[in-house]
Design a protein around this ligand. Structure first.
Ligand code: FEO
Length: 397
C-alpha cells in the first residue's frame, strides 16, 4: 500500500484490480488499475478516485504519505464513471476534502449518481485554473471523451497531464511506468482500450489532439486513470491515438464468422485463403469462441471485414448479430466488407449481414455469397475468389 512518486511531490495513490475479468462487456483478462494521483504543495490535491471496494487501498497510500483526514484541500473528479467515482462517498467522508472540483457536466453526473447532500462541490470549466502554491492546475473539459463530464487536469509547472480515461488501458501490473513493461503488450492493451471505448469518438479525438497542439501544451508525463504512466515516451501513445482516430488501417483482414455444422467455417477458411493469396494478413475469428471485444481489437487496424453466418430460424446466428450490433456502435469507417454463409432452406443470414454492413456505411465488395448446405469444391473456389477480390480492392485502395 505504498504510494509511488511520479515526479517530485506528485504520487500515484490508486489501486490495482488483479481480479476484474469483465468491464461492462469488455474482457479484461489481465485485470485493471484505478489510478489516483496526489499532489503535495502548499495545498494538497487528490485527482480522481477509485472503484467502490478499493477505497482503503487509496486511503492507506495517502496515509503512508503522512497525510491525515482533513489535510486534503481539493479532490478533483475528472470523470464520474463508477470505476473512478464509486469510492467517492467513502473518500469524502473519511478524507474530508475542503472542496470537490468537477466539470459542469460532472456536477450533473455526480448528483445523478450519488444524490448527495452537503458535499463541498465546486464547478470548474475549460480554462479555469487552481493554484496549489508553487504550481497551477489547468482544467480542460473533454466532453464525450468518453462521457459528457470527462475532463483533463494539467499541471503546468511539472508538464504533467492527468488525462482521465484517455491514453489508458486495462492491465493490472506491479509496475507503474511505461518503461518498466513489455512494449508490445502495452500497445496491445492500449489498442484494445481504444477500439472498445473510444473508436466511435474518433472525430472528437482528432479535435482534441489539434486543440492540445494549438494550446502548445508541453507534456513530460501522462498520468491516465487506468494502466501504466507514460513517463518515458508520452508521444508514443499520442501518436497511436492520432493513427487510431484517423482510422488508419493496414493490409489486414478480419474474417469473423458463426457456423452451425462447419459449412460456414469452411467458407470462412476459403475466403481467408483468397485474402492470403493477395498478401493480406488475416485473422480468422470464430465468433462462438472469440469475445466481441477481442474481435473489435483486431478490427481496429484491419482494412477488410468479411462476416459470415449460417442461417438459424430465418436469420443470422445470435452470436453473429451480437458482434455486428457491438461493432455498429463503435463506428469503424473506411473499411471494405463482404458477407457470406451457408444455409439449409431459407438463407436470410447473408442478406441480414449485408444490411447491417450497409447501415454501417462500409464499402461492400460483391453481392454476398450464399451456399446451400455443405460447400463443395466449386463453392470453396467462389469463396476464395471473394477473398481475392477483397484483397485486390484493399491493395488498390
Ligand atoms: Fe475508466 Fe470511463 O471510466
Amino acid at each position: 500500500m505504498q504510494p509511488v512518486e511520479v515526479k517530485k511531490d506528485i504520487y500515484w495513490v490508486g489501486a490495482v484490480d488483479w481480479d476484474i475479468r469483465d468491464f461492462h462487456g469488455y474482457t479484461t483478462y489481465q485485470g485493471s488499475t484505478y489510478n489516483s494521483y496526489l499532489v503535495k504543495d502548499q495545498k494538497i490535491a487528490l485527482f480522481d478516485g477509485v472503484k467502490k471496494g478499493f477505497e482503503l487501498d487509496l486511503i492507506h497510500r495517502v496515509h503512508n504519505l503522512g497525510i491525515k483526514p482533513g489535510d486534503i484541500d481539493y479532490l478533483v473528479v475528472n470523470h464520474l464513471e463508477p470505476d473512478h467515482s464509486g469510492g467517492l462517498p467513502e473518500l469524502i467522508e473519511r478524507l474530508k476534502p475542503e472542496k470537490v472540483l468537477c466539470s459542469p457536466m460532472g456536477e450533473k453526473a455526480m448528483k445523478a449518481h450519488y444524490h448527495y447532500q452537503g458535499w463541498p462541490v465546486e464547478v470548474v470549466k475549460s480554462g479555469d485554473t487552481l493554484n496549489l502554491g508553487s504550481r497551477t492546475v489547468h482544467f480542460l473539459e473533454t466532453r464525450m471523451l468518453h462521457w459528457p463530464d470527462s475532463m483533463f487536469s494539467y499541471l503546468a509547472e511539472d508538464k504533467v497531464l492527468i488525462s482521465s480515461d484517455a491514453f489508458g488501458h486495462h492491465w493490472a501490473t506491479s509496475e507503474r511506468f511505461d518503461d518498466q513493461v513489455d512494449q508490445n503488450q502495452l500497445m496491445q492493451h492500449c489498442a484494445k482500450y481504444y477500439a472498445n471505448i473510444l473508436l466511435l469518438y474518433s472525430p472528437l479525438v482528432q479535435k482534441l489532439l489539434a486543440k492540445v497542439q494549438e494550446m502548445g501544451l508541453q507534456i513530460d508525463v501522462i498520468c491516465p486513470d487506468h494502466g501504466v504512466i507514460w513517463r518515458k515516451d508520452p508521444m508514443k501513445i499520442i501518436q497511436a491515438y492520432d493513427r487510431w482516430s484517423r482510422q488508419e488501417t493496414v493490409d489486414k483482414a478480419v474474417v469473423a464468422f458463426g457456423s452451425m455444422w462447419h459449412s460456414t467455417e469452411l467458407m470462412a477458411k476459403a475466403v481467408a485463403d483468397g485474402l492470403i493469396d493477395q498478401g493480406m494478413s488475416v485473422k480468422l475469428m470464430n465468433l462462438a469462441d472469440n469475445h466481441r471485444s477481442d474481435v473489435m481489437t483486431e478490427v481496429l487496424d484491419a482494412k477488410v471485414l468479411a462476416i459470415g453466418s449460417a442461417t438459424l430460424n430465418n436469420g443470422m446466428l445470435p452470436w453473429v448479430a451480437d458482434f455486428l450490433q457491438y461493432m455498429r456502435g463503435l463506428k469503424p469507417t473506411g473499411r471494405l466488407a463482404a458477407a457470406f454463409g451457408s444455409y439449409g432452406w431459407s438463407g436470410e443470414a447473408v442478406k441480414e449481414i449485408t444490411a447491417k454492413l450497409e447501415e454501417m456505411k462500409l464499402e461492400l465488395v460483391g453481392e454476398g455469397l450464399r451456399w446451400q448446405y455443405v460447400p463443395d469444391h466449386e463453392a470453396l473456389k467462389l469463396c476464395r475468389e471473394l477473398g481475392q477480390k477483397l484483397g485486390q480492392a484493399a491493395k488498390a485502395g
